[in-house]
Ligand binder design. Structure first.
Ligand code: B12
Ligand code: SF4
Ligand code: SF4
Length: 374
């Protein structure tokens, strides 16, 4: 029995700057049993790392107890990244020549780095407990491993069982007070926390009720069932993870999204009064909120490196970002993009050129149907 251990850990998390923290046991949770079928159905698209298997052929992310047999509990931390800017559902209809970069990606520092640094601070504090004599146990044998995204686990499931929030129908972790603009970070630990320390009032109750706003609002019908997302249809996947050509039939639904998508969170009633973060690293970089589409579509490598140094947007690579911006121009209904798109049809990057040809056709169609309607 380790009295007050979870309270001490939560204090460490607050000291490190996290808004929420809980501890979940390592278990074969019911939600994890849907994961193998999700992979078997191909809903992870081209994200091969999601389907990584261990030597015995088991999906790594579905079986933490096999991949990290030493791990007994998972400390789950969450930090608010919401800024005071309007939601995309409000800002986008007003700015036809501008695109949308997802709220999480405006940040001055990539969240992987900002969150991992804070997790390491917690690790250090926990290790330091025995040295200062503040802790009744020797910590020498404790094992910790911190992850942001890259660990062999489905973070949201552990967040649910740590009491951080419930898994909404949009698949996001939602906290009753904070909403869902939260980054998660996890620390696997060898700490064998007792049942009552872990599970008092857990998991967080589901408060979606009869609401279906996110499912209805998703422009590409990517939420195929409550809590189940088909990545292959999700704008976030298409604009960030998908390499090469975007399937033709999905391009119109992408609207003016150039990196990520926030719609299923923008419409969520639990985000209506979501607090604004005080974390300096998550403040928006200049020019990334409602960025000009032609600026992105014509960006050169040097400027890309400069503007997106240390930003998660680098993941799309310049070619992918330009591809996305070109599609967005096609969807914009703004005739000022016609000459730029004509030029981009001959772009040296064949992927950009192919998408520009589609976008030109699409823009001409949108403009002519607008003329007929008048
Ligand atoms: C791959 C990935 C993606 C993929 C796939 C998303 C997805 N929903 O699976 C794509 C690229 C589309 C994506 C998009 C986004 N992502 Co992402 N992503 C991840 C990553 C790396 C893995 C997620 C995963 O394992 N998916 C597998 C599926 C099966 O799991 P799941 O959707 O979480 O579903 C679980 C439950 O919903 C439940 N479940 C599902 N169906 C059913 C049905 C029943 C009946 C039951 C009982 C349970 C159940 O079981 C599932 C697990 O088995 C995590 C980090 C991590 N290591 O966990 C970040 C993570 C989930 N992403 C995050 C973010 C911020 C985003 C975006 C908001 C970014 C953006 N603005 O564009 C969007 C949100 C889109 C959305 N609605 O999910 C955050 C989420 C924070 C939060 N509050 O929830 C995470 C945790 C990263 C982090 N460290 O903060 N992401
Ligand atoms: S992120 Fe956008 S495309 Fe993906 S499920 Fe949510 S609303 Fe749909
Ligand atoms: S929009 Fe409604 S259904 Fe979707 S996650 Fe929010 S509360 Fe749940």
């Amino acid at each position: 029995m380790l009295p007050d251990l979870s309270t001490r850990i939560q204090q460490c998390a607050r000291d490190a700057g996290f808004d929420l923290c809980g501890i979940a046991p390592v278990r074969d949770f019911a939600e994890l049993r849907v994961f193998p079928q999700w992979i078997a159905d191909g809903k992870h698209g081209e994200m091969k790392y999601m389907a990584a298997r261990d030597d015995a052929g088991e999906l790594k992310r579905a079986a933490l107890s096999r991949v990290a047999p030493w791990a007994r509990s998972v400390i789950v931390c969450a930090i608010n990244y919401n800024t005071a800017h309007p939601y995309s559902t409000k800002a986008q209809p007003e700015n036809a020549s501008q695109g949308w970069i997802s709220r999480y990606a405006w940040a001055k520092e990539d969240y992987h780095d900002a969150v991992l640094r804070r997790l390491k601070q917690i690790e250090d504090e926990l290790r330091g407990f025995s040295d200062t004599g503040n802790w009744p146990l020797a910590t020498g044998d404790w094992q910790f491993r911190s992850y942001v995204d890259t660990g062999p686990l489905v973070e949201r499931v552990y967040a649910k069982y740590a009491g951080v929030g419930w898994i909404g129908k949009n698949t996001c972790i939602i906290n009753q007070q904070m909403g869902s603009w939260l980054f998660l970070g996890v620390i696997l630990t060898s700490l064998n926390l007792t049942e009552d320390q872990l599970t008092a009032n857990l998991p967080a109750p589901d408060r979606c009720g009869t609401c279906t706003r996110c499912i209805v609002a998703c422009p590409t019908q990517a939420i195929v069932a409550p809590g189940e997302l088909d990545s292959r249809l999700c704008i976030s996947y298409l604009t960030i993870e998908k390499r090469g050509e975007i399937p033709n039939e999905l391009r119109a639904g992408m609207g003016r999204h150039v990196f990520g998508c926030d719609i299923c969170q923008d419409v969520c009633p639990w985000n209506r009064r979501a607090p604004v973060t005080s974390v300096a690293e998550f403040e928006a970089r200049e020019g990334l909120v409602n960025p000009a589409l032609d600026w992105l579509a014509e960006m050169q490598p040097e400027e890309f490196r400069e503007v997106f140094r240390g930003s998660p947007v680098r993941r799309a690579k310049l070619s992918g970002l330009r591809r996305n911006a070109v599609i967005a121009m096609g969807n914009s209904g703004d005739k000022k993009f016609l000459p730029t798109l004509k030029e981009l049809c001959e772009d040296a990057d064949p992927m950009v050129a192919e998408h520009a040809r589609w976008a030109l056709g699409r823009l001409e169609l949108v403009l002519s149907s607008a003329r007929i309607a008048r």
